[in-house]
Ligand binder design. Sequence first.
Ligand SMILES: [Zn+2]
Length: 376
Amino acid sequence: MAAAFCLLTACSAASPRQVQRGLQLVLDHRAAPAVDTIEVFVCAVPLPTDDPIYGTLPLRLDLSAKTIAAAMEAHVRPYFTQLSHGRYQPHFTAGTTLTMDAGETHDHCVDRALDASAVDVAAVLVVANAEHLSTEPGGWGKPGAACPTSFCRAASTRRSAYVGASDFHPDNGTVPLLDLIEHELGHTLDLPHSGDAAAAYDSALDVMSNSAAPREVQPGRKDAQDTIAIDRLELGWLSAADVTVAPAGGGRFDLLPSNGDDVGGGTRLLVLPVSDLTFLTVEYLDNTGLDDALPVAGIAVHRIDQSPGVCTKPAAGVCAGIDREQIALGSAPPHTDLLRAAGTTWTVDGWTIAATGSVAGDAPGRAGVEVHATGG
Ligand SMILES: [Zn+2]
C-alpha cells in the first residue's frame, strides 16, 4: 500500500507510464473471434469407473452430442451474443459419443475428443453422462495454446471445456442449466476467475465467478449473469476509447454502464493506477439485461493484478489472460452491495472512491464518482 501511494503522489510523474503496462497487457490481448465453432462431444462413463471425479455415483444420462449441440445453439449462442453486444457468436456442431473404458479419466476422454474434432473446429465442449461427486468441481475450461492466426484447430491448440452431467439432469427440464457451461466457455476465451484461488466463486457480479448466483434469486433461471468491464476489454467488447485513466490527482467522472448498450462518447471503465502491473477498475453496473438479478445498480471496484506473484507459471514475467488476478473490493461477498448512495465512499489500495449521487439524478443512466489518491 505504501509503495502504491508513493507511485501515485511523490512518484506521480511515473504513474501514467507505469499503469499503461498493466492496462496495455489487457488492451493487447487477442480479441475474441466474431464467430467461433465449437464441437460437442459426449463421454459415456462406464460403471464402475476408476475416475475419482465420479466416485461410485450410479446415474448415467442418455445424452447425445446432437441434442446438446442444438440446445447450445438455441440458448448459449444467444447468451454470448447478448453478453458481447453482438461481437461474439459461438456456433455449436455435433461430434460423437466417446465410450470411456474403466481405467480412463475424463481428461483422457477430452483428449480423444480434441483428436477427433473436425478441421474447422476451434474448441470442443465435452459433456460426461455421469454426475461428479459433490466434492468435485463441476467442470473446467482451458484457452489452449495461443493462436497467432485468425483460426487455429482445436486439435492443435487443445482449447476445450468439460462439464459433468449434473446440469443435464431431467429434473432441470427440457433446457439444461447453462451457467456453468457459459463460465467454462469463458475460460476457453482466456478469461480468469473474479477472485483469488481461495475465493474464486465468491462474486455474484461476474459469470467468471459464481455463475449460479442469478438462479439463487431467480428460480428457473438457466443463464449466467453478465461479466465485468475488464473482461470485456480483454476480449475486445470494450475499446480503449471506452476507458479513462484517472490522473494522479484524481477527479470527477460520469460513468456509463459497463454492461449497457454501446452509445459512444462516454467512459465505461475508469482505471485507477496502483503500480506497474496493478490497477483498480471502477465501473457502473446497471441491474438490467443479464444483470437483472442484481438487487441494485451501482459502482463496482476490482483490483486487477498481473504481477508475476499471482500465478504459478508467469509467462514473460506477467500473469495475463486466464492467469490475471481480479478481486472485487469494497464490499463483502457476494459483492452485490454496490457503491451507490451519494456521499458514500470506499477507500481501497491508496484510492478513495466516492459516489456523487447522479445514478438516478440529473444524468439518468450514468453514475457519478469522485476519486482521490489517499494520504499515507
Ligand atoms: Zn472456472
